[in-house]
Design a protein around this ligand. Structure first.
Ligand code: FAD
Length: 493
């Protein structure tokens, strides 16, 4: 695969943030440089304008583990990548900063998977096994017909265990409570990562590292270029505080004669500023008698800790404001309670690490097929207003933003690989795409297909002594199919 295939030139604009390769490892590095800051969001490194520095002395760091493949981040993409790498023979370690697996699926309660192109299921492999395992345990209550993309809705608590079961079964070593820190770089390659443990700083060494942190933290610290935000104003998609409600008397709500009028009044109250904005098409779908509405928009920079803290609290306040208002008006909510809010905000978009290939709106909507395909995608251009109004392009489902039923595009391996550090790949929502294409390929099922592709490529590269971009694509695709992935229409030649 040529490194120039479909590669966009690196063209710094005011919304592109570039780092010098390897600089982050040096004491005193200032991190990504914003040529000018997006107007309503802080710089993408969460820079708060503090310029003081300290010099960190050189130190000897104990090696706590050595592995073939190190996956950093246990969300949809990272879990699938680790599962695939181990399944294909690589000694694999996954580290996750939180005490459980799942990323947005479990931590932020994002509990819907889209698996069909509206005619057939085209995300299989890892995703299919996860669905089957969850179904056997009764953790998927609802499966929609194929002609809706939304194929299943699951219980996030159960899914935490499904993911652990799958990794245990393939022999992946999983360590939670462990965040990847700085990358260890030498001779143009990544050697591993530093981690801060309760016992002090340690190193994990690996032959291949997969950055599946969602935000591309490791890739950015390693000096890879990334894009952030939309072309027009550099803003990223809005975030959402998901939450779980219990105690709703659904039949009473459904039969309430004034139901539609009450929801219309609620929208008007939000327009007048008496209620915070909300996503008007929120559903109250149920899993195990609990509802998880996607309703509460929050806008800002997901990479700044202080801003994120403020926005997270704001999101929780919004959730309670909606339901205090509704409870006073809508019959059936007398015994309802907010059982749980997401442990953090649901983050849709932050860094998109520049890859050998970049997925674009045209490739998505044109159902483009690619020689280095590792999976299929079909989700629409689904952008939640970066200014936090609650509007999403999904609300009006404009056909100009959708693929026709039965059509899908290829997810290329090249969007996960880069031209600078051959043994560092990314997987998931931080892979290389434009803002618009990202809004499609970010969904969990697509991230799982991508993760399975990256993990398999990593294992095959190690087995053959090559780098990931040199892997025999036909052999990779045959391996993916043997592991249950759906892969069709691959261009020949
Ligand atoms: C509100 C909301 C609604 C959505 N709705 C849907 C939907 O209906 N259907 C759908 O399929 N998708 C939906 N999405 C998109 C989808 O959930 C995400 O894009 C997807 O989860 C991304 O997967 P990922 O593995 O790339 O990243 P994430 O799920 O973000 O996982 C990244 C993981 O890396 C860990 N991590 C981060 N930094 C480190 C570090 N330094 N060291 C170790 N671990 C680290 C994190 O803790 C996390 O577990 C939605 C997203 C949001 C926010």
């Amino acid at each position: 695969m040529s490194s120039s295939d479909n590669q966009r030139p690196i063209r710094p604009t005011r919304r592109r943030f570039l780092m010098t390769s390897g600089a982050a490892l040096l004491a005193g590095s200032t991190g990504p440089r914003a040529e000018s800051q997006p107007p309503e969001q802080a710089a993408p490194d969460g820079n708060l304008g503090k310029t003081a520095h300290v010099v960190v002395p050189e130190s000897r760091v104990e090696v706590m583990a050595q592995t073939d493949v190190l996956v950093c981040g246990g969300g949809a993409a990272g879990i699938a990548a680790a599962w695939a790498a181990a399944r294909n023979g690589a000694k694999t370690l996954l580290i996750e900063r939180w005490p459980f697996l799942g990323g947005m699926a479990t931590a932020a309660l994002v509990n819907i998977w889209h698996l069909s192109d509206r005619e057939k299921i085209v995300i299989r492999g890892f995703a299919e096994e996860a669905v089957q395992r969850a179904q056997r345990r009764g953790w998927i209550d609802h499966r929609w017909p194929l002609d809706r993309h939304e194929t299943c809705q699951f219980d996030p608590e159960g899914m935490k265990l499904v993911f652990h079961d799958m990794l245990d079964a393939t022999g992946v070593q999983t360590i939670c409570h462990l965040a990847a820190g700085e990358p260890i770089l030498a001779s143009g390659r990544i050697q591993g990562v530093l981690v801060d443990t309760k016992r002090g700083r340690r190193a994990i060494l690996a032959r291949i590292v997969v950055d599946a942190t969602g935000d591309g933290d490791l890739a950015a610290k390693a000096g890879l270029a990334f894009d952030y935000g939309r072309e027009a104003d550099g803003l990223v998609q809005g975030m959402t505080m998901m939450y779980r409600v219990c105690g709703i008397d659904e039949s009473k709500v459904q039969s309430a004669p004034d139901r539609e009028r009450i929801f219309a009044e609620m929208r008007d109250a939000a327009k007048r500023g008496e209620l915070p904005p909300f996503q008007p098409a929120f559903g109250i779908g149920h899993v195990r008698n609990r509802s998880i509405p996607n309703m509460c928009p929050v806008a800002g920079n997901p990479l700044g800790e202080e801003e994120l803290t403020r926005l997270t609290i704001q999101g929780r306040r919004q959730v309670f404001a909606y339901w205090d208002w509704l409870r006073q008006r809508l019959p059936g909510l007398e015994k309802m309670a907010i059982e749980q809010t997401g442990m953090g905000l649901g983050i849709r978009e932050s860094r998109r690490v520049r890859g050998r290939k970049m997925l674009t709106r045209e490739l998505v909507l044109g159902a483009a097929k690619q020689p280095d395909a590792v999976g299929h995608g079909f989700w629409m251009i689904d952008i939640h207003d970066p200014k936090g109004s609650g509007y999403t392009t999904w609300n009006d489902r404009g056909t100009h933003n959708m693929l026709p039923a039965g059509a899908s595009y290829h997810i290329p391996l090249g969007m996960c690989l880069n031209a600078q550090i051959p043994n560092l790949a990314v997987a998931g929502r931080c892979a290389s795409s434009t803002h618009e294409a990202h809004s499609s390929v970010r969904v969990q099922s697509h991230c799982m297909a991508m993760g399975q592709g990256v993990g398999t490529a990593a294992a095959m590269a190690l087995a053959s002594g090559a780098d990931m971009h040199q892997v025999d694509l036909k052999a990779l695709q045959a391996r993916l199919k043997a592991d249950g992935a759906y892969l069709e229409d691959i261009p020949q030649g």
